[in-house]
Design a protein around this ligand. Structure first.
Ligand code: MG
Length: 452
């Protein structure tokens, strides 16, 4: 199956990313931004994460936007969801300079539409076509855009989250926040403090060299956070990825909370209060569907990537469906009442409010969930297009789904094999009721891949 996503030349699952000086340069960013500015001439917000290459690329993006006649509102370093909130229904679009969870040598951009969502496949293809046809002129000297610096707009996002919850709901809780030296250093501690929490931070100073840990908030990189949670007797710890659209949690005993369990805990809470639809990609554990169904709600699956999830949510709402929640099984969760993008600050605040309402420790909340296990593998050094064709042929006779990559269903398990949209890997996910079933399914899949 070829879809519009496969036809894109430079955009991946979430924008454009590359290694600085190799496939990501200021010139590249200038061209993309100038093309975007021509498509959406108007007031455009610009933001960046904390990477060392951020100011260079942001300057290139600004130049591209101004030379296409746009007014640029430079918001400085801030989380991607903060920029999206600032744009939503007020501005004509945005450019976020970020490589999200990728290592420090990477950078890239996410293009934001006027509704605050990331640009979808259809417009991305138009943008790429315009860019490659060299059909984008610089505007006349007297209509070159104006710029303004507006770092204070971050406050608007912070306060919008605080106001979404009852006053002082975090009173009496100690929470440890690890923004990973990224943009949420300036937002999440503020949000939780204003909700009444006592907040301790680790990696809490903006630093694009990422001295404490990598931008990906993986379990292995969060041992210092886990130690501080235990020693400070905090109710939980939380960590963001490099642009703070994702949040992961550490329970009060210092244990990493697998992201699908985090999704399920929040989904369960929301589904008990509202009935409707949850939208999530095919890569999310069945756990979320199990808790949603138990509470009388439905789940719809999309291709992988928050853009597909956010756009499907908006479409279903236009069709008068009651969409109550969405997100991915990687800690990137979407709250439609606030905005249609993954929101790390909102997820941190939501977990505080859940702990307050449930009056239970996070570790006990996790124990109330059905047992489910997920295994993740990365395979490099394979030609992904060739491999995906072969592997689809191999499993064609089984109960499969081709929404994104290949999903194979067995009795209580599923396997998903797909080319990563952000890195040069094939990803394999196995979801099942226990480790034994998952391990034997994974072994079968890996052996099938090795012979393809
Ligand atoms: Mg991110």
């Amino acid at each position: 199956m070829t879809n519009s996503r496969d036809s894109k030349r430079i955009f991946g699952t979430n924008g454009v990313r590359g290694i600085i000086g190799q496939d990501m340069t200021p010139d590249h960013v200038y061209k993309i931004s100038k093309t975007f500015g021509t498509m959406r001439r108007g007031r455009i917000a610009l933001g960046r994460d904390s990477r060392l290459s951020g100011s260079t690329l942001a300057a290139a993006a600004k130049s591209g936007l101004l030379s296409s006649g746009c007014e640029v509102i430079d918001c400085g370093i801030l989380p991607t969801p903060a920029l999206q909130y600032i744009i939503k229904d007020r501005l004509d679009g945005g450019v976020m300079v970020t490589a999200s969870h990728n290592p420090p040598e990477y950078n890239g951009i996410k293009i934001i539409e006027p509704d605050g969502t990331e640009m979808g496949d259809e417009n991305t293809l138009k943008l790429e076509q315009m860019m490659y046809e060299n059909s984008v002129p610089i505007v006349k000297w007297n209509v070159i855009g104006k710029e303004s610096n507006s770092p204070q707009l971050l406050e608007y996002y912070v306060e919008s989250i605080v106001k979404s919850f009852p006053k002082d709901i975090g009173n009496g809780m100690t929470v440890v926040v690890d923004p990973g030296s990224g943009p949420a250093c300036s937002s999440t501690p503020k949000i939780l403090t204003r909700m009444g929490c006592r907040v301790l931070t680790i990696n809490g100073v903006i630093d694009g060299a990422f001295p404490g840990r990598l931008p990906e908030p993986s379990e292995g990189g969060l041992s210092a956070l886990a130690d501080l949670v235990k020693s400070s007797k905090a109710v939980m710890g939380l960590a963001h990825d490099g642009d703070a659209d994702r949040t992961v949690f550490i329970d009060e005993e210092g244990r990493f909370v697998e992201e699908n369990k985090e999704f399920a805990i929040i989904a369960q809470y929301i589904c008990e209060r509202k009935k409707g639809l949850i939208v999530t990609p095919v890569s999310t554990s069945l756990l979320v569907e199990m808790v949603a169904k138990e509470a009388g709600c439905r789940v719809e699956y999309t291709p992988v990537g928050s853009i597909s999830v956010a756009r499907t949510m908006r479409e279903r709402i236009r069709n008068n469906e009651n969409v109550i929640f969405g997100g991915e099984g990687n800690g990137g969760l979407i709250y439609p009442e606030h905005q249609f993008c993954r929101d790390g600050g909102m997820t941190a605040a939501m977990m505080v409010s859940i702990l307050a309402a449930r009056k239970m420790p996070l570790s006990s909340l996790i124990k109330t969930l059905p047992t489910r296990c997920m295994l993740k593998e990365k395979i490099s050094g394979k030609n992904s297009t060739f491999l995906m064709k072969r592997i689809k042929r191999k499993f064609a006779g089984e109960n499969i789904d081709l929404t994104d990559g290949l999903k194979i269903f067995r009795k209580n398990c599923w396997a998903l094999i797909r080319a990563s949209g952000t890195e040069p890997f094939i990803r394999v996910l196995i979801d099942g009721p226990g480790l034994e079933e998952c391990n034997s399914f994974l072994e079968e899949i890996m052996s099938a891949i090795s012979t393809c």
